[in-house]
Design a protein around this ligand. Structure first.
Ligand code: PBG
Length: 339
């Protein structure tokens, strides 16, 4: 009885009732401000030489694939509306050296994979990562000087050679992730001189020296022999520096910008998006993806809804697109993909 009489009480001063906009599924869908679409995603792939290979990686439910298997998976994703992928090579130790010379081998793993993908699936946008860490014996993203420090300017030439090799193989976008000063301008100039002005540059402008890359480095087998990446990647404490990097990359001709990692850096995504006149993406890196998967396996949270919530938070922060290891997972959960 008590309950019934409470139902008759109306609060007449409540002119605005936000609950009215939540009253049905139809209205909730109608007023959605942020949505996830398959075309918002870039699917990352770890590539290994050979045929018909699927090897466990350092990330939950992500395999290292040979190029033919990358193609198979890419065909499926593309059919479901994913428009782009990014490739990371697993380079055997015998091919690694101090200057990462395998990185510009025209018939190396990445150029050959790009050629196959662009031949068989030309409408899929193929992106390659530009950095030396998969190819160097010391695991750094550039080459070292006599004192063992990463030498900026000599590294630019090798990075540009790598970008040219990928561009010539047919990559639609090259994505420098090395964080050397001036690499966007240097690479742009070299590409243009080689008649590759159609190749776009997606710059990892705000790449932080993060603890969240372990699964990736373990997968690549790229261990730092000495030192750390603090002399070129950004300090997690500094936002102004990331804005400076973004501005410089825009001045040097970046076509798109990328913030990485993503969930701990959504303030950076928002700030860069506010002034950038090119698209801004976010990279949900190995550690971010793996912690959600791992917590799910321990039953501390629900993987599907947590992944979607994490990804929608990135779009809400301003990301125009997202690199995520969860792309394939979300596509296979197609009917639940959208909120
Ligand atoms: C290399 C590179 C890294 C990642 C992407 N490109 C690792 C690093 O900087 O050590 C990490 C991505 C991930 O953790 O998923 N330049």
């Amino acid at each position: 009885m008590q309950i019934l009489s409470e139902r008759t009480i109306t609060v007449d001063f409540l002119k605005r009732r936000p609950r009215r906009n939540k009253k049905s599924f139809a209205i909730r869908r109608l007023i959605e401000e942020t949505v996830l679409n398959p075309s918002d995603f870039i699917a990352p792939f770890f590539v290994t030489p050979g045929l018909n290979k699927k090897i466990t990686s350092g990330l939950p439910d992500v395999d290292i694939l040979s190029a033919d298997q990358v193609l198979k998976s890419a065909e499926h994703l593309h059919k479901e509306g994913v428009m782009a992928l990014i490739l990371f090579p697993i380079i055997e130790n015998s091919l690694k050296d101090s200057i990462g010379s395998e990185s510009y081998n025209e018939s190396g793993l990445i150029p050959e994979t790009v050629k196959l993908l662009k031949k068989e699936l030309p409408s899929m946008c193929v992106i390659t990562d530009i950095a030396l860490d998969p190819y160097t014996s010391h695991g750094h993203d550039g080459i070292l000087d006599d004192n063992g420090l990463v030498a900026n300017d000599p590294s630019l030439e090798i990075l540009a050679k790598q970008a040219l090799t990928h561009g010539e193989a047919g990559a639609d976008i090259v994505a420098p992730s090395d964080m050397m000063d001036g690499r966007i301008g240097y690479i742009r100039n070299k590409l243009d001189k080689q008649n590759l002005s159609d190749v776009s540059i997606l710059s990892y402008c705000a790449k932080f020296a993060s603890s969240l890359y372990k699964g990736f480095r373990d997968t690549l087998g790229s261990k730092l022999v000495s030192g750390d990446k603090l002399s070129y990647q950004l300090s997690p404490s500094n936002i102004s520096e990331s804005l400076l990097e973004a501005k410089l990359d825009l001045e040097e001709g970046a076509d798109m910008l990328l913030v990485k990692p993503s969930m701990f850096y959504s303030d950076v995504i928002s700030k860069i998006k506010n002034f950038s006149d090119v698209p801004v993406g976010a990279y949900q890196v190995s550690g971010e993806y793996s912690m959600i998967k791992a917590a799910g396996k321990l039953n501390y949270l629900d993987v599907d809804s947590t992944l979607k919530e994490s990804l929608i938070s990135l779009k809400r922060s301003g990301a125009d697109f997202i690199i995520s290891y969860a792309t394939e997972h979300l596509i296979s959960e197609k009917t639940k993909f959208f909120y």
